[in-house]
Every structure is written in C-alpha cells, then in structure tokens.
Design a protein around this ligand. Sequence first.
Ligand code: NAD
Ligand code: WQD
Length: 394
Amino acid sequence: MIFSDFLPRTLNGEAAENQPPFRDGAKLIFSGCEKCVFLDRTQTLLYTFCNRKFMKILVTGGMGYIGSHTAVALQEHGYEVVMVDNLSNSRREVQENIFRITGKAIALEVFDLCNADRTRAFFSAHKDIEGVIHFAAHKAVGESVANPMKYYGNNLISLMNILRGMDNTGSSTLVFSSSCTVYGQPEELPVSEEAPVQKALSPYGNTKQISEEMITDHIHSEACDGMRAVLLRYFNPIGAHDSAHIGELPLGVPDNLVPYITQTAAGKRDQLKVFGNDYNTHDGTAIRDYIHVMDLAHAHVKALDRMLQGKHKDPVEIFNLGTGTGYSVMDVIKAFEKVTGKPLNYAFAPRRPGDVEKVWANPEKANKILQWKAKQNLEQMMRSAWKWEMSLKK
Ligand code: NAD
Ligand code: WQD
C-alpha cells in the first residue's frame, strides 16, 4: 500500500492533513497492523488513524550499504520494514539514521541467519511477512579467495535458512541480491540476462552463482509451494543517500574503487592505485557500469511490487540493474575531480588479478518490465559519495 493512498484522520475522524501537526511537518513514525501513530516534533503522540494494513517486508542485511538505502525506498513507498542483521559488516547507528531520513521507525533483530533455530523462530514469530529481500552476505572478493569456507558457509547457509523459513510460514516472495560477477568477461557488450553464466573467478562469485541455482531449483521443486523470486544482478553500486545520513561504510582498507577515491581525497589514504592502464579500452583503464545506490534501491521496490501484485510471468525472473553506460577508472577519477574541485593523488599500477577488462549492462529488460530506469549520472553519483565521505568527518 502506498502512503499517499490514504487520508490521515484525527482521533475524532476529521481529515488531519490541514491541521497541526501535519501542517507543521509531523511525521508518521510507526505504521503497520492496525494503527498508525504520529508524533510531533516534541515526540508527543497526537493522532492514531487508519485501519489499513501495510505490507511487512523482511530486509536481511538491512543495516548494510544497499539494504539501508533500500529500506528507505521501501518505507517511502509505504511498506513496513523489519530487518535482520548480525552487524558483522555494519553499525547499529544505521537504524537511527534511516529514521532521520524517513521519520519512520524500523524494527531490527540482531542475529546470525546461519543460525537455523533462530531463523526458524524468527519466521514463526513473524507470520505476517509478505516479502523478503535477502541482502545479507559477505562480499569481499579478495577475502573470499583467502578464506573460501567463510564465504560458502555464510552466504549459502543463510540463504538455505531463509528459504526454509519462508516455506514454513507461507511468505512466498523473494528478492535476491545477485551480481554481474556471474557473467565474468562477457563475449558481447552490453551484457543481457541471456548471456551465459561463466565459471566464477572467486569463491564470492561462486556463492552468487550457487545461490541463483539454489533458489531456482527450490522454486521449481515439488517441495516448494507457490514461491516466486526475482534475482537482481547488480552492476557497480556507488554513491549514497542525498541526505548523507547513510552510505557505504567499508571496514578497513576499501576494496572498491569509489570508497578508495573518496578516502584518498579525504586524506585517509595516501594514493589511489589504478589497477591496469593497458586494457583494450579508450584510455587503457578498465570499464564498469556504475549505478547510484538509490536507483538500485528503487529497483528493489519495483521488483517486489511486481510479484506482490501478481504480475510476474515466471516463478523466477532475472534482471540486470545497471545504467547501460560503461565508464573507465579514469572517467570516474575525472568526474570526481570535476564535482569536488579536488585533484586526486593516483598512480598507475599492474592489473588486479581476477579483474575483467570491461563490462556494462543491457538494462532494457528491467527498463521495460519493471518500469524502472536508473536516473542519476556519474557526476551525481560522485557528488553524493563525496558528501557522504565528508559527513563521516563530523
Ligand atoms: P554490506 O556488507 O554493506 O551489507 C550486508 C549486510 O549483511 C551487513 O550489514 C552484514 O552485517 C549483514 N550480514 C552478513 N552476513 C549475515 C548473516 N549471516 N546474518 C545476518 N546478517 C548478515 O553489503 P552490500 O554492499 O550492502 O551488499 C548487499 C548484497 O548485495 C550482498 O548480498 C552482496 O553480495 C550483493 N552485491 C553487492 C554489490 C556491491 O558492490 N556492494 C554488488 C553486487 C551484489
Ligand atoms: C572497479 C574498477 C578495479 C580499486 C567488485 C566485485 C563484484 C561486485 C562489485 C559484488 C576495477 C579498479 C579498484 C582500486 C582500482 N561486488 N580499481 N583501484 O571489481 O568491478 O567489482 O565489486 O558482487 O563482484 O568483484 O569493483 O570497485 O573493486 O573496481 O583501479 O583501488 O576499479 O581494478 O577496474 P569490481 P571495484
């Protein structure tokens, strides 16, 4: 249900929108089940209204980078969000920071989804969950090469527990975070969903391939009753919410390009190493399809809406989420320097093992079927990434 679909009413049933506190900017802070509660700026309860039900969505890994932005998009679209996260790669403050953006409270349960008993108990206690977006996973490619069992264990066991939990409680709608890494170096560019999945270059990438297969096999099996899933293959998410209340929080030295750039410009790192300047590209540096994390977040809402409205054509659907435009590492550096006015200290270095030369998406399927299109350009992405980096200094 969409928040704007209904009219807030005071306790005596009058339309509330032109009266204080709405006129003065009060916000919905809790929504769901039978009541909505409004608090004014002094946190005084003023109105309850509405007996319509909001759909409750479980966001696993919701305290992380993409999950937190998606939680904002879901709340703004009128969904109620409940999160599970073990905080292995995120911080508890994110919960409050989401509230600062949306003015709506978020329920959070902190536990490890690899714990089968705990996950089963969670689903039993939340039988009203209507959809699940499963972000929770480890994602550092290099670490996965060094410690594969950490990745196979976490990423696959948590997914297995989620699928079992959904089976037992009748939540039938799943959105899964996959990755363009499944394409490896595609033969044709831009790469469409029909391109073959290639042998994974890392245990992390392999967990995404196996996860896609696990979901597909399960949904097509007799053991599974009526479940449907959308597998979203993200290209390279970057940037942060415009408010700079949430963003990417890499622990330790970042692996990814954009946090490395912003940390270098902020003086936390000495110099960015540009991995490879001898690729077959316009300037010799590798090309990726960078997508703003809020654009990515909105695509999750569209994917969920599609399934919850019964519009899906197949029980498992796959969509690329990218802009359709590839930029080289040097293009990204130049865009950063342009929007910030700061020269970046960088140097060319050898290629990074396992890197593909160039990949960008054909996003037409998502554009057409999900009615979704990435809107933000590279400069907007870099501006928001920098604003976020600056906010971390405060
Ligand atoms: P992130 O690390 O910021 O967020 C993941 C969250 O999951 C963290 O808050 C972490 O604490 C939590 N988590 C991990 N294992 C858990 C477990 N067993 N139980 C409970 N919570 C657990 O990562 P992100 O960048 O937001 O990525 C989200 C998803 O998208 C991941 O599945 C990732 O593989 C996928 N993905 C990310 C990118 C990217 O570039 N960021 C690209 C493609 C796909
Ligand atoms: C982008 C480009 C680097 C850092 C990874 C995962 C992939 C997906 C997204 C989850 C590359 C270059 C980087 C640096 C550099 N994640 N670079 N100096 O490699 O496309 O994808 O994140 O699914 O699975 O592999 O992203 O941001 O690491 O690199 O020159 O310090 O920047 O070589 O060309 P990548 P990235």
